[in-house]
Ligand binder design. Structure first.
Ligand code: PLP
Length: 400
């Protein structure tokens, strides 16, 4: 049985999304900027799709939503633009991010840092959460931007974006949030929360890969990303990715329609699955489930290298992860586990299961059985694990 439990890395394209995109490859393939009917027949599809995208995040008509190639691009754009607008000019000298942002934010921040900008990396607490007061404490009169993700890709932890947005507004600091893991899992409303820039990516909510977006609140300018034919209001030139826009619009509509299901049914299935996993001795979950997106579990099995567990799961048809997709090929510790200061033997043993609205109970039952077998097998051969005389399992440090 094949079971896909790596939906925080990417998702299956919803069949409705695929069907909506198809005509824009072989029938309505005109360049939207041309002056003939091949172009104009793409316009209604683009317009409707953009309306669905605006509605999905509660953007106002006067705001801008610029379609990009991915969230990595959107995140790079915001931080680099802030650098050129405020840091290079000497107007400001500081930005704030969290230490568990996606690499597309952290690496860009480090690049800006190498160019002379001060960067504060906010810590997470023992529950894997950012505390809003730490943002307030870090802001100075030279702070140009706060960039804190809406939900973490590894733990699913939902960060206090509402409070952080309010703090930024109070101090007149721009606020960017990477909402890649939030769309379709928790309500995202850029009006209710004071968000100036918001990043998302279609392939994380059952849309196609290679298309994402950046929301820019009216009046909060960024420098254009790509100069050329002035598409996307001059922010990002280049012929529009029409099938991608239609795919993202349809996926956004489906994500909003499914939000209730995700927050009730998927959550219920996740919780029941997690209850069973936690019955296995010496297992640990960091973030309390009510503070997480409904689909995510990051769980540590003491004594078992995450990669060994992935191998056993994969052999039985199950796809999971040890953390962020980009980090799965090396044997580094899970970065969130490291950030909370987890002991080495726990930081290396984290496995992420991320469900979707397509996950079935049968798939979870199969996964549970495989996990139990894998834990028994791997602990038996683990060099960092021992059985105490009473049969209770413990780490070597406890046994000696
Ligand atoms: N931000 C977060 C929180 C993510 O989880 C990811 C993907 O893993 C990204 C950004 C990058 O997304 P994309 O693949 O669209 O560049």
């Amino acid at each position: 049985m094949n079971v896909y439990l790596d939906n925080n890395a990417t998702t299956l394209v919803d069949p409705h999304v695929f069907a909506a995109m198809e005509p824009y490859f072989v029938q309505k393939y005109g360049n939207p900027n041309s002056l003939h009917h091949f172009a104009s027949e793409t316009h209604p599809g683009i317009k409707q799709s953009m309306q669905k995208i605006y509605a999905g995040i509660h953007a106002k008509d006067e705001d801008s939503v610029i379609v990009t190639s991915c969230a990595t691009e959107s995140n790079n754009w915001v931080l680099k633009s802030i650098y050129f607008q405020y840091i290079l000019t000497g107007e400001k000298n500081h930005i704030i991010i969290s230490e568990v942002e996606h690499p597309s934010v952290i690496s860009t921040a480090k690049w800006i840092e190498s160019m002379g900008c001060k960067v504060t990396y906010l810590p997470i607490n023992h529950e894997g959460l950012i505390e809003a007061h730490s943002v307030r404490d870090a802001i100075t009169d030279k702070t140009a931007l706060v960039s804190v993700m809406w939900a973490n890709n590894e733990t699913g932890a939902i960060f206090p974006v509402e409070e952080i947005g309010a703090i930024c507004k109070e101090h007149n600091v721009l606020f960017h949030t990477d909402a890649v893991q939030a769309i379709g899992k928790t309500p995202v409303d850029v009006q209710a929360f004071n968000v100036d820039y918001l990043t998302f990516s279609a392939h994380k909510f059952h849309g196609p890969k290679g298309v994402g977006a950046l929301y820019i609140k009216k009046g909060k300018e960024l420098i254009p990303l790509l100069h050329g034919g002035a598409q996307m209001a001059g922010y990002r030139s280049g012929t529009l990715n029409v099938p991608g826009i239609v795919g993202m619009g349809t996926a956004m509509e489906q994500a909003i329609d499914s939000l209730e299901f995700e927050m009730s049914k998927v959550r219920e299935m996740r919780d029941a699955f997690e209850d069973e996993l936690l019955k296995i001795p010496d297992t640990f979950v960091v973030t309390p489930r009510e503070k997480r997106t409904p689909n995510t579990i990051l769980i540590s099995f003491r004594g078992i290298e995450g990669e060994s567990m992935l191998w056993d799961l994969n052999r039985e048809g199950i796809g999971a992860s040890t953390g962020s997709a980009c980090a799965s090929e090396d044997l580094e510790a899970n970065s969130v586990m490291e950030a909370i200061g987890a002991a080495e033997d726990l930081a290396h043993t984290a496995i992420r299961f991320s469900l979707s609205r397509y996950t079935t109970q049968e798939e979870l039952n199969h996964t549970l059985a495989v996990v139990k077998r894998a834990v028994a097998r791997l602990r038996e051969i683990s060099s960092s694990f021992a059985y105490a005389p009473d049969g209770h399992v413990c780490g070597l440090s406890e046994a000696h």
